[in-house]
Design a protein around this ligand. Sequence first.
Ligand SMILES: *[C@@H]1O[C@H](CO)[C@@H](O)[C@H](O)[C@H]1NC(C)=O
Ligand SMILES: *[C@@H]1O[C@H](CO)[C@@H](O)[C@H](O)[C@H]1NC(C)=O
Length: 367
Amino acid sequence: MASKCTVDGGASHCCIIALITALMLLSHCCIASPAPPSKQTRPPPALILFGDSIVDPGNNNALTTTVRCDFAPYGQDFPGHNATGRFSNGKIVGDILATRMGLKQYVPAYLGTELSDFDLLTGVSFASGGCGFDPLTAEIVSVLTLDDQLDLFKEYKGKIRAIAGEQRAAEIVSTSMFLVVSGTDDLANTYFTTPLRRDYDLESYIEFIVKCASDFIQKLYGMGARRVSIAGAPPIGCVPSQRTNAGGDDRACVSLYNQAAVLYNAALEKEIKRLNGSALLPGSVLKYIDLYTPLLDMIQRPAAYGFEVSNRGCCGTGLFEVTLTCNSYTAHACRDPTKFLFWDTFHLTERGYDLLMAQIINRYGLW
Ligand SMILES: *[C@@H]1O[C@H](CO)[C@@H](O)[C@H](O)[C@H]1NC(C)=O
Ligand SMILES: *[C@@H]1O[C@H](CO)[C@@H](O)[C@H](O)[C@H]1NC(C)=O
């Protein structure tokens, strides 16, 4: 059993992705201002994102993959009703965070769009919907692995060097905020849905993807990143698609999948603590971001957050529509997406992401 983070055949390595709805939250009770950033750190000049659909603002539009959403009703609440490739009705996590950081309203995809100097200097997303830490996860659906994303980051660094000069570019990289959201698709898709990793039991698969995550963090550090936040998995078993697939007639949360997320999160957090500021990665400031707890609370107590529905998506019947099956020919969006936590069967509505992020920022600060 491989403990190296490579796919048989060696095509690529770990990526980031994810599907899900992992992310951050907040609640009415936490309207208080977010924890102030520590006094001695200046605001990061840029926000740079790696991972899966939670933080992919449209990179997949430039790929030949079915993991895409560059069509209505996606983006219906985005300016101009633009289906930019964001996996929601409006803004996603990177946009919300960049806005709260005072950087900009939207974090653009690195691929497929004309980027201004300002866009580049204040941060972009390399994330690709469907990616995981296990390189196989991205390969199954022909999206960018995390290693592919790092290759693009290398190219990006060349561009900011050309704009800002060698020294300033290095400074931007070492002081920027990096957010990595991945791992969910490894468990939900590759491990539980396909037979491709059946040679692993759950425990050894978790060990493998945490190793991949650790390798990725170390490579990112090697390329100059210092402030890196890594999100854990959400309650995968309560995501509408998993309820439909494995939750029985009453579409209950799938406890095995939630347990897997809990085990994975504990192992990931432990590894992040081990690496954080260690002799291996001197000067690193790593954070583990718990998405599981706030999102589970939103799912279990939707009314406390002003939602009416948290067990199905807003798109279509809400039982199975996601990406290609959530389209304006066969599926209408619900009348009021602000009443739904989930936009499709895997991703939150803009309001869902907004309230999740508020909780995360409240707990961890902005950077
Ligand atoms: C829609 O979004 C794309 C990608 O972000 C952008 O290039 C384009 O200008 C936008 N179109 C409109 C009409 O806003
Ligand atoms: C990493 O170390 C910093 C201090 O440098 C600390 O604030 C942070 O909480 C640590 N992260 C984790 C996951 O323990």
